[in-house]
Write a protein that binds this ligand. Structure first.
Ligand code: CTP
Ligand code: MG
Length: 335
């Protein structure tokens, strides 16, 4: 592997800019799509507030972090004071309410790691997951959204990486591969590491946004409109970045020792986090630190089989970006 880490990028790399940008544009949800999502949220709000007048609904995940595809599910967080009531009881009640309002495929998953109610709105055709009091997800959604506003290349890179991951079947945590959230963090970290850097480390700057959620302090600089020119010194094109992203994960990342950390904007060591041993099911074969829940490794789902699958896919992508005559097709070929 290592002999390839110093490869320089192919000469005709910038030929790939136009098709990659066209792909990016084609993956952005339309205004119509966004409007449908808003309509669904309003409908749910009305139903929920009849029963719990003090409850509030928040969008999180890809429909709110600006990394969503047109067909992405809508993730909703219901924030309410539960008092003595069990979460599962509320979820079952919600399911009843939604069913009697003719929403389809209503299902309460009360035993999941994050318990949710699933439903499909027959009017808009949109599917939706509703969880309760998962405020950290709402806050990390805002962080991703704020990063996306600093430099357009983050969204371009992340859309292409997510599209690649979905096409190649490596975007399924239940199969030991990575979540979309993890891929976006990998993209943010990668752009923080470019020289000159394309993204800053917002959690290392002056604090302008601060919340505490279940003892976790979430603090960072969120006045990103002041950072519009941050990445201007770096003139790398999206094609160069896609090439370098896959090259990094194929040949350069030190899987044995390093943790990528958006929180610090740098690489930190597994040893420092005590992520060197297997504890329970956490193997730490690829380490991605959650920016707020710092004991959380988003790579914990990866096992000894799926790490091979992942690394082979990174290498395949890197080879294609380097040598293939038509990368914009081959890269996304269904597995
Ligand atoms: N999330 C989290 N911790 C995880 C996984 C997810 O906090 N380990 C939260 C994040 O707020 C994330 C949201 O759940 O934005 C949805 O996660 P995911 O489905 O991975 O990403 P989406 O952005 O919704 O992508 P997709 O388009 O694939 O639905
Ligand atoms: Mg989602």
């Amino acid at each position: 592997r290592n002999h390839k880490r110093h490869t320089t990028c192919r000469n005709d790399i910038n030929m790939l800019n136009a098709p990659l940008l066209a792909l990016f544009e084609s993956l952005i949800p339309s205004d119509e799509e966004k409007l449908k999502q808003k309509q669904l949220l309003t409908l749910l709000e009305n139903l929920v507030c009849k029963e719990w007048p003090n409850a509030r609904l928040f969008l999180y995940g890809s429909c709110a972090n600006s990394f969503g595809f047109p067909k992405s599910d809508v993730d909703v967080c219901l924030q309410m004071d539960l008092g003595d009531v069990e979460k599962s009881e509320v979820l079952l009640k919600l399911a009843k309410i939604f069913e009697s309002d003719n929403l389809q495929n209503v299902q309460a998953l009360t035993r999941a790691r994050v318990p949710i109610v699933k439903l499909m709105d027959p009017v808009t055709g949109i599917s939706c997951d509703i969880c309760i009091n998962n405020v950290l997800a709402v806050v990390n959604t805002k962080l991703l959204h704020d990063y996306a506003r600093i430099d357009i290349r983050l969204r371009q890179l992340a859309f292409i990486v997510k599209h690649w991951a979905k096409s190649r079947g490596v975007n399924a945590t239940y199969q030991g591969t990575l979540s979309s959230y993890a891929y976006v963090l990998m993209c943010i970290h990668f752009l923080q590491q470019r020289r000159p850097s394309i993204l800053p480390c917002l959690q290392r700057m002056q604090v302008t946004y601060y919340v505490t959620v279940e003892d976790v302090e979430c603090a960072y600089f969120d006045q990103v409109e002041k950072l519009q020119n941050f990445g201007a010194q770096n003139r790398e094109s999206v094609a160069q970045l896609v090439w370098a992203f896959f090259h990094y994960w194929a040949y350069c990342h030190d899987y044995a020792n390093d943790v990528i950390s958006v929180r610090t904007g740098s690489m930190i060591s597994k040893r420092g986090k005590d992520w060197t041993r297997r504890v329970g099911n956490d193997r730490h074969l690829i380490c991605i630190e959650d920016p707020f829940e710092v004991s959380h490794d988003l790579g914990r789902v990866v096992d000894k089989h799926s790490i091979r699958v992942l690394r082979e896919e990174f290498e395949r992508a890197a080879e294609i970006m380097q040598y293939d005559p038509n990368p914009c097709v081959t890269l996304f070929e269904p597995y």
